[in-house]
Design a protein around this ligand. Structure first.
Ligand code: ADP
Ligand code: MG
Length: 291
């Protein structure tokens, strides 16, 4: 009798039906899903496929009950696994970004800031500038929504799975000086350089110490052509020298920042102030809509 070698030392008759040699799924309705005494669950855990594990029984029953094409079953499970991973990654990115509040571009009233190029913002929200390591600088007076826009762009980057960090210029300065004093500057610098998008919010008219200015310069320098930096400030670029102290340092910093930059011009009155001055809608409707 002729024998064929399968895997290892297992010998089977050449004329044996296939079903005797390998396990072939039975065709026809399967009342319950067989999963080998928890072996499948263990394998799915080892493979780190929690959504497969959570969903396979339900889906198998659905596919069997509805007589759906079984080849779609595995595809659907794989899709669910990927979607869940994507959702978890986005959640993680948002948490890691440490936004002071979660604000999206959807809630931004562009009509309130006519100086701001809405199309440019929407284009930036697609995050292609991040792959090109371009920067964004939003300049405008207080309350015009600079922080809101910066967070909105940061959130859009998180939703693409990109790593984002948000920090105010003042906190960044304190963290850098503290890290230097406590001998872990390198670690902090590495983290800051690693973000795909780093938002430095509210660079304001507070002159920095020489050491502080140099540390901030190092951050920008280390991120140059590695990631995108978004800076918001109420100071026009010409006045940054008052923050950084020397023309040389300011020039070198602006040179790196503005080599590839998108400028967002955000002038106007404070949005919050304007909103608070608007007549509040009456509780009793007079039939007219509030403008
Ligand atoms: P800035 O950083 O320019 O000082 P913020 O972004 O902190 O201003 O805005 C102040 C508040 O007003 C925030 O709650 C922000 O969400 C809101 N805000 C500002 N501008 C707008 C706008 N155009 N549309 C919607 N909300 C806005
Ligand atoms: Mg702000």
């Amino acid at each position: 009798m002729a024998y064929a070698k399968l895997s290892g030392a297992l010998l089977v008759r050449k004329d044996a039906p296939v079903a005797e040699t390998v396990s072939v799924p039975r065709v026809g309705p399967t009342p319950a899903v067989r999963h080998g005494d928890g072996l499948l669950a263990r394998h799915l855990k080892s493979l780190k496929l929690p959504t497969f594990l959570a969903q396979y029984e339900r889906l198998a029953q659905q596919y069997a009950a509805e007589g759906l094409d079984p080849s779609g079953y595995l595809l659907r499970l794989a899709e669910l696994e990927l979607l869940e991973r994507e959702r978890q990654l986005i959640d993680r990115r948002i948490k890691q970004a440490k936004f002071p509040a979660v604000k999206s571009l959807d809630t931004f009233d562009f009509a309130a800031v006519p100086s701001l190029d809405k199309n440019l913002v929407l284009e930036l929200a697609r995050c292609e500038y991040v792959a090109r390591q371009e920067n964004v600088i939003a300049i405008g007076n207080f309350g015009t929504g600079k922080t809101h826009i910066a967070i909105g762009l940061g959130l859009a980057a998180c939703q693409k799975g990109l790593s984002v960090g948000f920090i105010t210029a003042t906190s960044l300065m304190h963290e850098l000086i503290e890290a230097r004093d406590e001998q872990h500057l390198l670690r902090l610098q590495r983290r800051l350089a690693g973000y795909k998008v780093l938002i430095i919010d509210d660079l304001a008219y507070v002159p920095l110490s020489t050491a502080g200015a140099e540390l901030l310069f190092d951050v920008v320098s280390q991120r140059y052509e590695r990631g995108s930096t978004i800076i918001t400030s109420d100071l026009p670029l010409e006045e940054w020298i008052n923050v950084f102290g020397t023309a040389q340092l300011t020039g070198a910093l602006l040179d790196r920042l503005t080599h590839h930059v998108h400028m967002l011009d955000m002038q106007g009155a404070s949005y919050r102030l304007r909103e608070s001055k608007r007549p509040q809608p009456r509780s009793q409707s007079n039939g007219k809509r509030d403008e």
